[in-house]
Design a protein around this ligand. Sequence first.
Ligand SMILES: Cc1ncc(COP(=O)(O)O)c(C=O)c1O
Length: 385
Amino acid sequence: MQDKPVDKDDILKELSELHELDYNYSDGRILGSMCTEAHPFAKEVYCKFLDTNLGDPGLFKGTKRIEDEVIQSIGEILSLDVAYGNIVTGGTEANLMAIRAARNHARKYKGIVDGEIIIPESAHFSFKKAADMLNLKIVEAELDENYKIDVDSLKKVISDKTVAIVAIAGTTELGLIDPIEEISKIAFDNNIYFHVDAAFGGFSIPFLKQRGYDLPTFDFSLPGVCSVTVDPHKMGLAPIPAGGIIFRKEEYLEVMAVDSPYLTVKTQSTIVGTRLGASSAATYAIMNYFGKEGYADLAQDLMKNTQYLYDGLLEIGYDVICKPELNILAFNHPDIETNEFAEKLEKLGWKVSVAKCPVSIRVVLMNHIKKTHIKELLEDLKDLF
Ligand SMILES: Cc1ncc(COP(=O)(O)O)c(C=O)c1O
C-alpha cells in the first residue's frame, strides 16, 4: 500500500494488467474446472446485495428470507418438503458443516467421542480438511471396478465409532454417482448419519432425470439421507462463492449452534460469521430466471456435448475411462504417459486437469466449453497420434 492515495485510473490499470494474466472461461480452453462463468443476471443481482450480511440476519431480514427461500427451493428439487440449511462459500464449507453436524449429533445422542467418518476413495479432499478440523478419523471405503463405492467394503468398515457415512453424487474426477439408495438403507438400519456430496451433481441429476436420463436416486426421497451438499456456483451458474448445505431436520443445525451474544440472533450454526447475502440473492435470481426447464435444458445440452466428445475420442482411438453419467469425461492416450500427455495439451494451449484415480486427463464439460471448442480439441488430439 502507498502512503498517499493513488488515482483510481492508475489502480484500475494495474488491476487490469494483472487480470489479463488470468485465463478466460470464454476462450473455451479451461477444461478441468467445475465452475464456469456466472450468468450475467446473477452477477447483476449479486452486486446489488454486496453490503448485506447474513451473519447478522436480524439486520437483513429481507435477505435472510431470500436465503430461506433458496434453501427451500433447493430442498424441493431434492424431494424434501421442509428444508433447513444455508448458502455458504462452496462445497468445502458445506461438507464441513455436514460433518460437524454429524459429529455433534453423534456426540450428543450416542456419546461418541473419538469419531470416524467413512468416505469413498473418490471423495473430494474437503473431507480431509473437515476430519482434520473436527478431530475425526477418516476410514476409506474401497471402490468397485466401476469406480463407485463398493458396498461390501463399506459395510466392513462400519464401527461403533462411525459418526457419518459419505457418498458422492457426481464425483469430482469422473462425475459418477455412488449406489446411494443401497447405502441409505445401510445407514438407516444402523442409525448412522448419511451425507451425500452432490456439490457437482445436485444441479443436474434431478433435471436430467426429468428428461428421461436413467440416473440413480440420490436425494431426500431416500430415508437414510440426512444432508446434501449442492453448489449453485458449479452447475447452478451462480457467481462464486455459492455453496449449499441442505439438512433434513432442524436438529442438525441446532447441534452446531453456539451463542452469538452481540448479534441480532441468539445463536449461530454456520462456520463463517459475517457472510455474504449476495450469494443467496444471486442464487435466488438465477434459479427463478432459469426455472426447472432452464436447468434441464442446460444439463441436457452439456450431456450432448459430453457424448459428442466421448464418441469423438473413441473414434480416434483414445481410451475413455468410463461411460459418462454426468458431464465429466476422463481419458488417456494409449501410448503416451498421462502427465506427458497433459504437458503436450498444455503446450497446445489447453488448461487440463489430471485425475488421480485412475490417472487420466479429465475434462469437465461446463457451459463455457462449446461444440466448436470440442471440435478443436478433437483435432489437436487426432494430431497426437
Ligand atoms: C464433489 C465435490 N465436493 C466438494 C467440492 C468442493 O467445492 P468447493 O471447491 O466449492 O469448495 C468439489 C469441488 O470440486 C467437488 O467436486
